[in-house]
Design a protein around this ligand. Structure first.
Ligand code: F3S
Length: 638
């Protein structure tokens, strides 16, 4: 029987396990990436393993999140990242060079290879035919140490694209459509593999928009074939030798097929505060717009920003509307500059920001109170913009630019003729010299640790008996932004766990940290899809520092579940969802951890009554939790 693309890459990288959906497979990882907000911790963890040089084909450390240098914390982190990269054979990308995923796509991604990154939008590289997955920083550190990366063998969903985008519809509308169809929970345990005639009509940057935001489906990853368009993109980047063809066999099978006709798509928008609350742009006509932001790892390619510049040509923003533009990389910025298109931004009144994540992670550019902001980003969770009551809508660059110029939502039928599709240039200027490649004399490199670099904490093993209380009960769809908010002040503390733990659940329940400190241990009760959103392992590490021993939910998001395991917190799921209503803050729970078996069901005493919880842990994952986390477990193995 033939193989699909996902199965081809997995079988070529399989170190252990069987390719049976749902069973654990261990994969050889060719490349890793980190960004600064998760990377400082990942490199501290890598150092703790005592390995001289990364074991991957390529590892890159990007600085794109905390680039504001207000005070010593971020510059100290960047200095540590630069020197620890040089010491251990990692390529370093300094602040301002670009956003990790855009840079990785342009400079390092290779078809048929595996990549894990300590950022949930690592699947961006799937646009180039790579099996690219978001992971916790510790998993990335282990991959750098040459350890396999374990995932449940995913089910593969074929997304059959037919037709061709027309009018104002764009690649962003394809992924918004898929989110509308499948929702933010629809991709758990799955890879979305794109196929069909419509694929040939999409360039690599367009494909990367789709695989990037595929993360919002909760998917393991998304992937496109590597074809002539991929070859043309790599050739333009000056690395045609990195190309190889990768297509599914004609008789490949899939767990499910979804069909999307590109010719039928029209501009769409995700409404506050979830990426799957998708409606047509025209259905919101009349809604005032205060701000638009164009950029982020989703929509900051050359073609996205050239299209934006053409829409803005000879136009001026209305008074009171703020438009921010962040190019995804200095390569994009350089290309726009040599085309003379920066003048279009300047003359329109738009603000040109640095080539970083910026407003996407609340680093500046927050909307006004209750302001409507149309953003080309991938997430619109409440408060993520830095303004708690802002109303953030997710849309394409075309839509964001047109709505900013109008100062309100309008019907795309009134927008006139769209700019012609931007063909990717045959040759683009290289910015490769801006990366810092590891030196020959690594032994002489001194790692510089400023006061913001705090040594790792060691955690104790899981006790045989947990007698604790529910210290916090939360609703469905709690995101990692709820658990640990983003924003300049907080993310600057990512290498300082005691300091950052003070903010755990601070925007959900101000008393949580105090209750944990008073009691020394506790359990969190969550609803459906607990921990969705970013890969930030601090959302597990912070609770662990405070003494959280177990999280009991109706269901758990994939990366957060893995992070809980990595830091020795039991991820348990209620066997009967109705038991959620019987439990409350202050409920006393007793768990005999010796009765927990991989994939089994366990009886928990809750306020004197029995409830049942289940887990989907593998034998190894349970051993990791019992050891007190992955670092302790690996320490025992090495
Ligand atoms: Fe950065 Fe936002 Fe992407 S924080 S990596 S631009 S999702």
């Amino acid at each position: 029987m033939g193989l699909n693309i996902t199965e081809k890459i997995i079988s070529a990288h399989l170190l252990n396990g069987e390719m049976e959906p749902g069973t654990e497979v261990g994969l050889r990882i060719d490349q890793t990436l980190t960004q600064d907000a998760t990377g400082t911790m990942a490199y501290l963890q890598f150092e703790a393993m005592g390995i001289d040089k990364v074991q991957t084909e390529l590892s890159v450390s990007y600085v794109d999140h905390n680039t504001l240098q207000m005070g010593f914390r971020n510059p100290d982190d960047h200095q540590y990242l630069r020197t620890v990269a040089a010491k251990h054979g990692v390529v370093f990308s300094p602040a301002g060079t670009g956003i990790c995923h855009q840079l990785h796509l342009e400079n390092f991604a290779k078809p048929g290879k595996t990549l894990i990154g300590s950022d949930s939008h690592t699947p961006t590289a799937g646009g180039l035919g790579m099996l690219a997955m978001g992971a916790g920083g510790l998993s990335v550190a282990l991959a750098m140490a040459g350890q396999p990366y374990s995932i449940p063998m995913p089910k593969v969903v074929k997304v059959e694209l037919s037709g061709k985008l027309t009018g104002w519809a764009s690649a962003k509308d394809i992924i918004l459509k898929l989110l509308e169809l499948k929702t933010v929970k629809g991709g758990v345990g799955k890879v979305f593999e794109f196929a069909g005639e419509g694929v040939k009509t999409l360039s690599v940057p367009e494909r990367a928009v789709i695989t990037n935001m595929g993360a919002e489906l909760g998917a393991t990853t998304s992937i496109f074939p590597s074809d002539e368009n991929t070859k043309a993109f790599l050739k333009a980047m000056g690395r045609e030798e990195d190309w190889s063809e990768l297509i599914a066999d004609a008789d490949a099978t899939y767990a499910e097929v979804v069909e999307i006709n590109l010719s039928e798509l029209e501009p769409l928008v995700a409404q506050p505060h979830m990426p799957d609350r998708v409606v047509t742009v025209k259905s919101l006509a009349g809604l005032k717009v205060n701000q638009s932001a164009i950029g982020s790892c989703t929509n900051s390619s050359y073609s996205d920003l050239k299209t934006t510049a053409l829409i803005l040509q000879d136009q001026q923003l209305p008074e009171g509307v703020d438009l921010m533009i962040s190019p995804g990389s200095k390569q994009v910025l350089k290309m726009l500059a040599s085309d003379g298109l920066i003048a279009n931004f300047i003359d329109s009144g738009a603000r040109l920001l640095e080539c970083t994540c910026g407003p996407c992670i609340g680093m500046g550019g927050s909307p006004t109170s209750a302001g409507v902001s149309v953003r080309t980003f991938n997430r619109n969770f409440e408060g993520r913009s830095g303004t708690q009551d802002a109303q953030v809508y997710l849309a394409s660059p075309q839509t964001a630019a047109k709505l900013a110029l109008a100062g309100e939502f309008t019907d795309p039928a009134t927008w006139g003729t769209p700019p012609a599709k931007i063909d990717f240039p045959e040759e683009v200027p290289s910015i490769r010299h801006l990366f810092i490649f590891p030196p020959e004399n690594r032994a002489e490199v001194e790692i510089v640790r400023g006061p913001n670099i705090v040594p790792l904490e060691t955690f104790s093993a899981l006790p045989d008996q947990i007698s604790s209380e529910i210290r916090l009960k939360v609703e469905d769809d709690i995101t990692t932004d709820h658990i640990l908010p983003a924003g300049a002040q907080i993310t600057a503390l990512r290498s300082n766990i005691p300091a950052i733990s003070e903010y755990i659940f601070s925007r959900v329940d101000e008393g949580f940290v105090g209750r944990m400190k008073a009691a020394d241990n506790g359990i969190i009760l969550g609803g459906e899809n607990y921990g969705q959103g970013s890969s930030r392992e601090h959302a597990a590490l912070g609770p662990r520092h405070l003494g959280v021993v177990a999280v009991i939910t109706k269901s758990l998001a994939r990366i957060h579940r893995a992070n809980l395991v990595n830091f020795g917190i039991l991820p348990l799921v209620l066997s009967e969802k109705s038991d959620y209503d019987k439990l409350s803050e202050g409920s006393k729970l007793t768990i005999d951890t010796t009765t927990i078996t991989p994939g089994g069901e366990t009886v928990v005493m809750a306020d004197g009554a029995e409830i049942k919880v289940k887990n989907d842990l593998s034998t190894k994952e349970l051993e990791i939790i019992k050891a007190g986390g992955l670092l302790n477990y690996v320490g025992k193995q090495l």
